[in-house]
Design a protein around this ligand. Structure first.
Ligand SMILES: O=C(O)CCC(=O)C(=O)O
Length: 327
């Protein structure tokens, strides 16, 4: 039995109006919405074949290059930290969208192929006609982003906005953890965004990461087929597995109030740092900080943050530093 087989399912919901989505936001609980996209031409093309969806997307391409991620075959689709937590398993390059779609299709089923993916591509700039042809009445003011690629495994992370993620082709498994599970997820360096968990969800090492078992007790899972969508409230941690050789999704990120969202995000980090202590508080403000993690007792090497992202962390680190210098 695999780890995700033991998890609680994300509850099902029917969304007809923007008000339904507002209720979900207020409840701050994830929901699975089946068949939300069935009227979209992009869904019909995705149902037909990868070639048909690629053909449709290429017909909308305005010729701008976009960010393309690529991980070597040895990473087995895992988009996360490399050996050194300052590096990732994947690289990023600017490339043409149509040529990348062709490349992703060519990689399907090829032995020892690297995993190529378009992630977070703003459709408003790159394929603007997609938006009118595939409208999302639940979020009429929000522009979607495109995620398309092979069997990608996106490591556990969180985002600061609410998310409506909609599968156009293939299948995607989402494993979600409530925000407060941060203490059990073993998050890596926060100055290397987005901070990711260092635990491999597919093969967790419970000797190194004993508290991850607690996180799994609170986790929820949903497997989306083409046409399905998932609502993820902001700050919910998530791991996403693209399950087919070709997978496509659009997502909508939104926050009702950007400023409030930023403040909430800043207020969030002290909770995750609560059980960590700054060894050199004065340096924490200046730029270099070594934060002893709470994992130390479990014989996990402490994570060193070599360069704190000062602008985003100062409001968080300064109170910790002051508290620590008084004691
Ligand atoms: O689909 C993926 O691989 C990642 C998606 C994701 O992280 C998101 O929608 O926030």
């Amino acid at each position: 039995m695999e780890v995700h087989d033991r998890l609680t399912a994300v509850p099902l919901a029917v969304f007809n109006t923007a008000a339904d989505l507002d209720h979900a936001v207020a409840a701050a609980r994830p929901l699975l919405i089946k068949g939300l996209l069935v009227r979209w031409p992009a869904f019909a093309a995705g149902r037909e074949s990868p070639t048909a969806l690629n053909r449709y997307l290429k017909s909308l391409d305005r010729g701008l290059s976009g960010t393309v991620m690529e991980a070597p075959a040895s990473a087995e689709g895992r988009f996360g930290y490399g050996r050194d937590m300052r590096e990732f398993t994947f690289s990023k390059r600017q490339q043409g969208i149509s040529e990348t779609l062709d490349r992703i299709e060519r990689q399907m089923g090829r032995a020892n192929a690297s995993t190529v993916a378009i992630q977070m591509l703003p459709l408003a700039t790159h394929l603007p006609d997609f938006i009118a042809q595939n409208p999302m009445p639940l979020l009429p003011q929000t522009a979607p982003l495109l995620w398309l690629g092979g069997r990608v495994r996106t490591q556990i992370h969180h985002d600061r906005d609410h998310n409506l993620a909609c599968v156009l082709a293939g299948r995607r498994r989402f494993v979600l953890f409530p925000p407060e599970q941060v203490a059990n997820l073993y998050i890596g360096p926060i100055d290397n965004p987005p901070p990711l968990s260092i635990v491999d969800l597919d093969a967790p090492d419970f000797d190194r990461f004993p508290r991850f078992g607690e996180a799994l007790k609170a986790a929820q899972v949903a497997e989306l087929e083409s046409g399905d969508a998932i609502f993820m409230p902001r700050h919910w941690w998530h791991h996403v597995t693209s399950l087919e050789p070709y997978n496509a999704m659009v997502n909508y990120w939104w926050a009702h109030n950007r400023q409030a969202s930023k403040i909430r995000t800043l207020a969030f980090w002290p909770r995750s740092l609560r059980s960590k202590t700054c060894r050199q508080p004065s340096e924490a403000i200046g730029g270099s900080c070594s934060i002893r993690t709470s994992f130390k007792r479990q014989a996990v090497p402490s994570i060193t943050y070599p360069r704190i992202c000062r602008a985003c962390l100062e409001p968080v680190v300064r109170p910790l530093a002051l508290r620590s210098s008084k004691s």
